[in-house]
Structures are given as C-alpha cells and as structure tokens.
Write a protein that binds this ligand. Sequence first.
Ligand SMILES: [Zn+2]
Length: 264
Amino acid sequence: MKRLAFIGGTGVYDPGILSGIYSEFIETPFGTVPYEVGKFGTKEVIFMARHGVHHTIPPHKINYKANIYALKMLNVGSIVSTTAVGSLNPEYKPGELVLVDQFIDMTKSRDHTFFDGEFRGVAHVDMTHPYCEQMRSAVLKAGEEKNVKIHKSGTYICTEGPRYETPAEIKAFRLWGADVVGMTNVPECQLAREAEICYCTISMVTNFAAGMIDTPLTHHDVLDCMNKNIESFQKITAEICEIFDPEKDCSCHHAVKDFGGFHL
Ligand SMILES: [Zn+2]
C-alpha cells in the first residue's frame, strides 16, 4: 500500500494527531536517512525532517537524493513538503500560506538528478506542472475545510543560500515573476518527479524579502513567525491525512515511463 509522507521542519506536525510514533533509519545508495512513522487512524504516515533531526544541515548540504530515494524505498506515493519563504509579492504577507505552482532554479552546487548518466542513464523529465495538480487540489480543499487561508498559486525561486538575498537580487527576481524565495524546493521537487512520486509544497511566508521593506531581516524574526503559524500547518496536515488517498493513480507516478520508469 502506498504511503503519504511529509517533509518539513521541526514542529510542522502535531504528534497529538498521530499514534504509535517511532523513529527509524534507512540505508540508501546515497546515504543513511532518518525518518519517523506514525499512524493517523489506520493510515501510516511518514515524516522526514529535511534539515536533519536536530536542524543541523544547511539547505545547500541537504542530501536531497538520499531523502527522496528513501521515501521511494518506503513505498511513498505522495509527498507534502513545507517550506519557509520570504515574500516578493506585497499581497503574500508574513504568516500566510502559499501553494506554489512553479519554480525558478537559482541553485549552484547541488546533486540534483537521479538521471546523471551513471546511476541510471539519461532522462529529461517534464516540468510543465512541477507540483502535482491532484495534491494541490487536496491541499486547497483541506484549507477550505479547516478555514485556513492559502494563496492558490505562486512562483518559488530557489536560491543556493545559506545567505539571504541582496535587494538587487530580489529586484531582479521580481522582474522574472517570482512571488516567494526559499532555499530548499530545488532539487527536492524535481527528484520527487524523477522518482515518480507526487509532490507539492506549502510555503509559509515568514518575512518580506530584502529591500521589500525598510527593516533588515533577522533569523530570529523568521523563526518567530514560523513558530506562531505552526498551528495552520498542523490543521492542514491533519486534514490531508484524513482526505488524501495516496493509492490514487496520478500522472506523476508515470513521469519517466518513456525512459523505462523509475525502479529501485
Ligand atoms: Zn501526482
């Protein structure tokens, strides 16, 4: 049976909604990955802390390939990821959620594909709809059910980090049409598609990006906003566990069929 997984940071889910939580490790060809399993009713749900169990891995050093491969090994068919982002769009305010539907890749040094010509040949995966449309609909429905406001679309620009952006960069990114900026969605999103797993991202705006407002950004501000709004994430998480069926077939599950499919 296919399972649902959440990739996120500390406190994104409320252990209160799950029972029988336990921690595990799994060995992949790319490294060892820790994760947690819990039960929501009769459904088994997996949680993975993107930055490591103790939040010690910076965005550019996350082992995205191992994480996604591990989820594939664990028979995960669908992933909901959560990210903290800066806003470039005056209408997307701190504390609000954005269900991004496009991304722009500005990363520099990441191991970003399973199809590197060595591990499993060459494939060019389609990215017309980078985030699973079926999952996006489920998240919007969960938001409506739980009365949590979610912006329905947005372009996520992924920077290399770990530094924040300069105001000149933000000005340029706005001209390109970016709405939010973060450091983790690429290559996570594309690796999930390559591994034929449905994937969507709920971004939480923690601040306005550099130069958007006069006050300079501190990491404390970001964490503070994140903590205040964990509740919205938790409500959505519980509702998605309730309504989403990871067994449901989706085009994402056949994303590389023209290249022989993705087999472990
Ligand atoms: Zn899908």
